[in-house]
Design a protein around this ligand. Structure first.
Ligand code: HEC
Ligand code: HEC
Length: 354
């Protein structure tokens, strides 16, 4: 495999921090550090990417992680990879309402976007995992997903023609185990950075023509009358919180309440990013909305303000302060469409290498 990952983003997302010390393949033990090149408007505002202690990002680790992310041998019957439910063109989410396991069983939650994960602190709709490494353990053995066991995965990779060599390059050992698999996948996921939408070019880079008049009006609604930014905070369009946005009076899915065991947490879900949102439908943890018009209509008219556990950031709704006109609703949808980063959705660096 070509170790040189093509770096083709409109704004370069990745740069090599050090020269590759090449030539003798026997010497290669994954020591080529790779620095995430994050735009200055992110770093200047004090945001720091989390890199797990003991799992520094390397060129070789990312290349291996990318191959594993798209590796169907991770699933029991070789039918499914992570990329089957996290589709690049859809912002690394699943266009289906619910993901379907290798045996056809149907889950109860919409697959989540895997975007800008390097900045996140907890994972899954209910926030139950606290690192990408921990998260990546779960789908392999999940009975409504890949339905496999780790010993089987490790044995398949160990017996494979190329994987032992790729692990050697990435981690300096040909002895594969589940920890190294999830470490490589997490390294790849941390490179999935998306910060080049029309909004970014208008708002952060000062390109006045990057958004049209309706999108600019929609941005004002988002940041003022609509109170969306109170939770979907730029630059990530989330606030890394678990919150109850008043979808229901009684939540069928307990969300974070199912993890904490605390009644006040029932109906709290991870605030999702809205980057690339035009491509990541259907929407909400249970895919109840098919379109952004329906989502905006919910926030404009159907918030369940009497839910006893509704988030404090929904107070503007409780106090009757959010009254959007039909024009404002349309403008808001236009703005959400301006959060698409086309270069990210089509970046060959992130595609299936198999
Ligand atoms: C069968 C479909 C399916 C497969 C296969 C799958 N996922 Fe997921 N993924 C989901 C669903 C559904 C969720 C949300 C589940 C929940 O919240 O309970 C999710 C959530 C995630 C999240 C959390 C994102 C966030 O914002 O918190 C990450 C990261 C992720 N998956 C990565 C992976 C990786 C890595 C693999 C392969 C090892 C994988 N997924 C395989 C369906 C899938
Ligand atoms: C209290 C914090 C909060 C506020 C304020 C808020 N949201 Fe949300 N938003 C959430 C949470 C939490 C979810 C996920 C809820 C779920 O799936 O159960 C969500 C989900 C969404 C989704 C679906 C994302 C996906 O990936 O499925 C969109 C779109 C959205 N919000 C847009 C908006 C807009 C537009 C506004 C302003 C009118 C707004 N939000 C105001 C917290 C908030």
């Amino acid at each position: 495999m070509d170790r040189r990952i093509p770096l083709l983003l409109a704004i370069a997302v990745l740069t090599f921090a050090a020269c590759r010390k090449d030539e003798d393949p026997a010497e290669e033990t994954g020591q080529t550090p790779l620095t995430l090149n994050i735009p200055s408007f992110i770093t200047d505002s004090g945001h720091v990417a989390h890199v797990e202690f003991g799992n520094p990002i390397t060129v070789e680790g990312v290349a291996l992680g990318r191959t594993l992310f798209y590796e169907k041998a991770l699933s029991d019957n070789y039918s499914m990879s992570c990329g089957s439910c996290h589709v690049q063109a859809n912002g690394f989410t699943d266009p289906r309402e619910f993901s379907i396991g290798t045996d056809g069983s149907v889950g109860e939650r919409n697959a989540m976007q895997v975007i800008n994960m390097a900045f996140d602190e907890h994972f899954f709709w209910d926030g139950r995992r606290h690192s990408l490494e921990g998260q990546a353990h779960d789908p392999v053995t999940n009975m409504i997903e890949m339905r496999n066991t780790w010993p089987v995965v490790v044995q398949r990779l160990q017996a494979h023609d190329t994987y032992p060599g790729l692990f050697k390059k990435a981690f300096g050992t040909t002895t594969i185990d589940s920890d190294l698999v999830v470490m490589a996948i997490a390294q790849f996921e941390r490179t999935l950075l998306s910060f080049n939408s029309p909004f970014d070019r208008y708002f952060y880079l000062g390109q006045a023509n990057a958004m049209n008049d309706q999108e600019i009006r929609g941005m004002d609604v988002f940041m003022r009358d609509g109170h969306c930014v109170d939770c979907h905070k730029n630059p990530f369009f989330n606030d890394h919180g678990l919150r109850n946005n008043g979808l229901d009076m009684i939540s069928a899915d307990p969300g974070f309440g199912g993890i904490s065991g605390n009644a006040a947490d029932v109906g709290k879900f991870k605030v999702p990013t809205l980057r690339n949102i035009a491509h990541t439908g259907p929407y909400m943890h249970d895919s109840r909305f098919a379109t952004l018009e329906q989502v905006v209509n919910f926030y404009a008219h159907n918030v369940q303000v009497d839910n006893p556990h509704i988030d404090a950031h929904m107070d503007p709704w409780r106090f009757g302060l959010v009254n959007l006109t039909p024009e404002q609703e349309a403008d808001l949808v236009a703005f959400l469409n301006a959060l698409t980063d086309e270069g990210f959705l089509t970046n060959p660096t992130f595609s299936d290498p198999h």
